[in-house]
Design a protein around this ligand. Structure first.
Ligand SMILES: [Zn+2]
Length: 539
């Protein structure tokens, strides 16, 4: 039994989920009870940690960190004569020995989905506990849920439960789907309707809005209204809308962040206004949509050109944010690698795997006749895309980490860590990667409404959201994967798996990350043996 809220088409933010539910697609099973995590403690002491604080500052240690309930109250260098009481912080009612370990802020996923109901096309949809546990197991303590595809009612309920820590989940920020999309769901038909809808959305407690593009007059009014209401916004500039407003257009209208790459190549066009679509293109045929997307950056201004610089400067002047989610298109560069990832066997839910497998009608399942040429084009696309994002960062622009997992062979949590690897590939120093994953994410979520976010940096006064690892993540982000990474032990001549996060602390509650990963493995194993045709509702 569950008390998963059912979406109602009458409520702003629930429209898409209600429509899909009516068509027989069940919403993802909500989490109801926390079964992991210790604390919060009156006084938790992390002893002797090497701290990577999230600001970009280099590691420093050993440091004793005191957490009282859910807040960091003291950080003290544990140096000098440690047998002298004055040099140590007094004992806590719980302690974690962090000597030889690293502590970072909890990671922030700025583009994620709390389960994907689409997977019901291929069987039993993983309950959101699967998703939450994978996120926490990979150090993700805050998630900007982009679209509330299970309905805003569902999302707000989960957000509230997470805030109360009655479920094991990261902090959740609810961004609602803006229903003015010509080719998806459109219940808003005028700028005034858009403004009225946003006011109701704000009253309901949403944090922001996810746009897929809308008629320009509606979009411009909506972004203006978001600014007035203090609602944040992100846009996937879908191809059906982008010819009338690219990422720079919407940035000028007040958009907070551009999601993925869409709308950026269009802003870089100088010898065309419309992407070079093949003449037999059909947007509904994803085989067209994704290979042709791989040709886009080459159609825009070349790196270093006058136009390239002008576009960079324009975004910088607006204080705009990019959430590239490199990870979600990674399979386009090397499909075989994505299909053979080390974690699929133990962690990938069967209906998800089947959903990813080429099939007509699925979203992101477009590998009908994937080719060498497709991969070569996508590799070139990434080179230019990464060059832009890296340069944007170098000139002072804000870039955040998002995963968008649940599609295209990308698994929750694992896909997030892969994003860290890809930012490094783009040219980010590992400290810049951590900064994007923590401090920058917090700024995007909370500024300018709260001038100093309470998460994203390990510092006295901040909320106790952090990650504890026994391998230096700066030396190898692969050690953050729940199943670690392989390493040759020269003493034994054997290959071992090292890494995996030790503890993820959210709101002063310490989660044993290995136990979370084990829970997920057990869930995956159980559903493999489940009889066919089990649906979410029957669980
Ligand atoms: Zn998404």
């Amino acid at each position: 039994m569950t008390d998963t809220p059912t979406p109602s088409a009458a409520l702003p933010g629930d429209e898409l989920a209600a429509t899909r539910a009516k068509a027989g697609q069940p919403v993802v099973m909500a989490a109801t009870q926390r079964d992991r995590g210790i604390g919060p403690f009156k006084r938790l002491v992390l002893r002797g940690a090497t701290v990577i604080d999230g600001t970009g500052a280099p590691p420093i240690g050993p440091t004793d960190i005191v957490i009282e309930n859910n807040r960091i109250t003291l950080m003290k260098k544990a140096t000098g004569n440690l047998s002298t009481a004055a040099n140590r912080v007094p004992a806590g009612d719980h302690e974690i020995d962090c000597r030889g370990k690293w502590v970072t802020p909890g990671f922030i996923d700025c583009h994620a989905h709390a389960g994907v109901a689409y997977h019901s096309a291929n069987g039993w949809v993983p309950p959101v506990d699967y998703v939450y546990k994978l996120w926490l197991a990979h150090g993700v303590t805050t998630v900007r849920e982009m679209g509330s595809m299970n309905g805003l009612s569902w999302m707000l309920d989960q957000k509230q439960r997470s805030a109360a820590n009655t479920i094991a989940a990261p902090r959740l920020l609810a961004y609602a789907y803006f229903p003015a999309v010509n080719d998806m769901l459109k219940t808003i038909h005028s700028p005034d309707e858009g403004r009225a809808w946003l006011r109701k959305l704000k009253d309901r407690g949403a944090d922001g809005v996810k746009f897929f593009g809308a008629p320009p007059a509606i979009m411009e009014a909506a972004l203006d209204e978001c600014g007035k209401l203090g609602l944040r916004s992100g846009c996937h500039h879908a191809q059906m809308a982008v010819t009338r407003m690219n990422a720079l257009t919407t940035a000028r209208w007040g958009l907070t962040s551009a999601e993925h790459y869409y709308g950026l190549p269009e802003a870089l066009f100088e010898d065309r206004v419309v992407q070079h679509f093949p003449l037999d293109y059909d947007y509904n045929d994803e085989y067209f949509r994704f290979p042709v997307s791989g040709q886009m950056f080459r159609q825009g201004a070349a790196p270093g050109s006058a136009k390239w610089n002008e576009v960079l400067e324009s975004f910088l002047a607006l204080g705009f944010t990019f959430v590239p989610t490199f990870t979600i298109y990674d399979a386009n560069r090397d499909l075989m690698r994505a299909r053979q990832a080390d974690w699929h066997k133990d962690y990938t839910w069967k209906s998800m795997w089947n959903y990813f497998t080429p099939q007509r009608g699925g979203h992101g399942s477009y590998w009908y006749r994937w080719s060498t040429t497709n991969e070569v084009e996508w590799k070139e696309n990434y080179r230019r895309w990464m060059a832009f994002i890296n340069e944007y960062k170098n000139r002072g622009g804000r870039v955040c980490t998002g995963s968008d997992s649940g599609f295209i062979y990308s698994i929750f949590g694992f896909g997030y860590v892969r994003e860290l690897e890809l930012l490094q590939e783009a040219g980010f120093h590992p400290l810049e990667v951590i900064q994007a994953a923590t401090m920058n994410g917090a700024a995007t979520l909370y500024e300018p409404m709260h001038r100093s976010p309470e998460i994203g940096v390990v510092r006295e006064g901040m909320l106790a959201d952090m990650v504890i690892v026994d391998q230096n993540p700066l030396q190898n982000f692969k050690t953050l994967y729940a199943n670690g990474t392989i390493r040759l032990n020269d003493k034994t001549g054997k290959v071992e798996r090292v890494g995996g996060i030790k503890w993820t602390i959210k709101d002063g509650i310490a989660y044993d990350a290995k136990k979370l990963a084990t829970d997920v493995q057990a869930m995956v194993e159980k559903q493999k043996r489940a009889p066919k045709k089990t649906t979410t509702a029957a669980q």
